[in-house]
Design a protein around this ligand. Sequence first.
Ligand code: BGC
Length: 760
Amino acid sequence: MVSNLRYISSSQIEEIFFNEAVLPKFESLMAQGNGYLEVRNSLEESYRTGSRGMFVAGVFNQYSNQEVIELANFPDLLATSIKVNGQIVDLKLNVAQGYSRKIDYKTGETIRHFYWSDGKGLDLEITFKRFVSMANQHLIVNQISLQANQACQLEIESGINGQITNSGSQHFEEGEKRYHQDQYLQLVTETSNTRIPISLNCVHRLNQKSTKRITMNRRQLKEMHSVNLSANQCLDYTKYCLVFTGRDIDYTENSAESYLREMPLEMLSEVSQKSYEALFQASKEKWSAIWQNAPIKITAADFKDELMLNFARYHLHAMSPVHDSRMNIGAKGMTGEGYKGHTFWDTEIFILPYFTYNYPQSAKHLIEYRIQSLAAAQKNAQANGFQGAQYPWESAWLTDGEVTPKFGGIDIVSGKPTPVLTGDLEHHVTGDVVFGAAEYISITGDASFKAEILPMVIQCAIFWSTRAAWNETKQRYEINEVIGPDEYTEHVNNNAYTNYMAKYTIDLALEYIHADSDMAEMMISKSAYQRLMAVSSQLYLPIPNETQVIPQDDTFLSKPIIDLRKYLETEEVLTILGDYNMSQINNLQVLKQADVVLLLLLFPEKFSKEVKLANWNYYYPKTLHDSSLSKSSHCNLALMLDEVETAYELFRSNFVIDLSDRNMNSSNDGVHAASLGGIWQNVILGFGGLRIHENQLSLTPKLPKNWDKLEYMVKFKQQKINVVITHNQVALSCDDNNSEIELVFMNQKVKFQDTITLYY
Ligand code: BGC
C-alpha cells in the first residue's frame, strides 16, 4: 500500500491523501498539547476509524471496580459537520482534490486543506487550522475557512460532545449544559467516580452573517450556523474553546462556581475578540522560547534524523504536565488511551534526562511528583509486607498507589487473557525513581534539593533492605521473585539490574545519612539503619562469569536459545506472542528489551569495556526490542563500545516506533513517550557525547558517517556552552568569557575561557 505520510522537512510532516484506515496514526503523530491538555488530531468530520481524544493531566477516573483508574477521555470540542446545499462534506462519499494535512512541530499548528466538489459543478475550497495554545493553557482554537466558486448555502454544526468514551467506558456524568448570552456553549460536569469537576466552553465566531439553531441531546450541546455564501466569498468560521478542571492549581472548592462557570465565560468573551492569528502568534512565541532555550541542530545526509529529534522534543513538551508537580508523564503522554495515562519508570530513566539537562525546573516538578506520592508508596510497601516505600509499577494520581491492570492481551495457548504480573513483581522502579532524582542533583548541581529527596531516598532504601531476603546457605542477601526490565522473564531471582539498583539506592541513602547524621537520625530507626548497612555489604550482585557475561538472573543463562530471525526481521513488535505464551517465553533466552545492557549504560564506571562488549555480544542478538524503550539504550551502549555505525542503525530504527510510513498502526493509541526521551539521549548523550556527572562536564563525541555536524547548547554551572561537533573537531564557546570552564574531553582534562577548538 502506498503510504500517505510524507516527511517535508526537519520539523514538518504531511498527510498527503485521505485514507480512513490510517487516521488513528495521524491523530497521534499530530496530537497537539501544552502539557496541561492534549488533543488528538481527529478530523472535523467524523469517521468510523478515528479515535477522538482529549486528555487533561491529572483528571483520572475509575469506571468500575473491574477496571483500573485511567486518564479520562474528555468531551470532544472539535467535531464539526459541514453541509453544502444540504450535502454533507464527507471524504468517503466525495473524493477530495489536493488533500493535505501538515503539522509544524516548531509551532504546534496543523493546517489541512482540500477541494471538495458536489459533482454538479460546485467546488469548495476548505482550509482547517488548529492549535492548542502554549500561551494560555486552557485554550484551543480551530478555524475553518470556506470559499466556493458558486453561491451556496452552508450549514456548519459544532459544539461540545460528551458522548466520547475510553473504548466504551464513559467517565463523565451527564452534567449541566447551558447556552449563555445567546452565544456561549458550556458543559459543566464531573467524573463519575473521582468526582473531579470539569468545565468545557466554546463560542463560534463567523465573519459572515448567519442564522443559528441550538440543540441539546444527551451529553451534547451543538450550535448550527446557516450561511448564504456568495460565489468566491470567504467564510471564516473560528471556534474558541476553553477547558478548566477541578485539578487546576487555581481551583478551590470555595470558588468553584466562579472558576468553572463565570470566569470561563469572561475569558471566552475576551479571547474571542482576538483573531486566530493573534492568538496563534502568542502561542508560537512560547514555543519559540522553548526551542531557543536548548537549540540543537543536526547537519546530516538525511533531514529525517533531525525531524525525529524535533518530533520527539515537540511531543515531550506537548505531553508533559511540568507546570504542576502533582502530575507526571504517561507512557503515551496524553496522545491516546494507551497505558491509560499511567506513569512508569519511563519517566526517570528515559525522559527525565531531557528535562534535567535542558529545563531543570520542569525536571524538579517531575521528581516532586514522586516525593508527593511517598505516602502512597509507603502504603504500597506495607500492603505487600515490606517496610519503607515501594513505588508502584504504574501510577496515576498521587494517592492512588499501584494501578497496574491485572490482565493484558490474549494467551495464545489457553485462549484466556494473559495475567499482567508487572504490578506485583516489577520492583526496580523503586530504584529508578531514586536514580532519576540523584542524577538531577548530579547534573544540575542543585545540592539544596538533597534535603527534599532525602526522606524518599531513605524510605526506598528501607524498602529494598526489607525486600532483600537472607540466603543462609549462600550467606548473602538476595532479591527473589521479580521481573527485571526484560519483561519476558517473570518470577526470576536476582535480576542483575534490580539488584544493582537496590544496592545503589541503599548506598545513596547511607551516603546521605552519613553526611547529615542529625537530620537522618530523625528519619530512620537504629535497627532500620543497621539493616541498611547489612544489606549494603552483603547483597548479592551478579558479576561477570568466566566469559565476562553478567547473568541476567539466576537461571537465564541455562535456558534454551532459539532462532529469533523470524521475529527480528519484521518491523512489528510482540510477534513472538503469536507463537508462544508467556510461560513458554519465560523458559527461553529471549529478551523483550534492554536489561543487562541498560545496567551497563546507567553505571558505566562499574564495568570495564571488555565486560560491556562481552555482554553486548551476548544479549543484543537475543533481544527482540519488543518494547519502544529498547533501541535507544542499545544505541548508546553501542556508542560506548565505539560501534558508531551500529549505533546509528539503532538510532534510525527508532524512527519505526512512531514516525514510520510503513507501519501505519504503530502509534494508534498514542506515541511512545520513553522512546522520545531515548531519541534525545541518543543525539546528545550518545553521538554528542555529553555527560555531566558529579559536577564534572565531559565530552566524548562520536558522529556517524551520515552526519556532518551536530550543534547543541549545554548549561553547566550557570553557564551556557555552545558545542559544535564535526568529524575531527569540537568547537566550544561560552557566553560568559570571564570564567574558566574545566571539562574532560576524550578522557583528557581541558580548561578554557571564552572559546576553544579541540581536535580528535
Ligand atoms: C515495557 C515497559 C514500559 C511500558 C510502558 C512496556 O512494554 O516493557 O518497560 O515501562 O511498556 O512504556
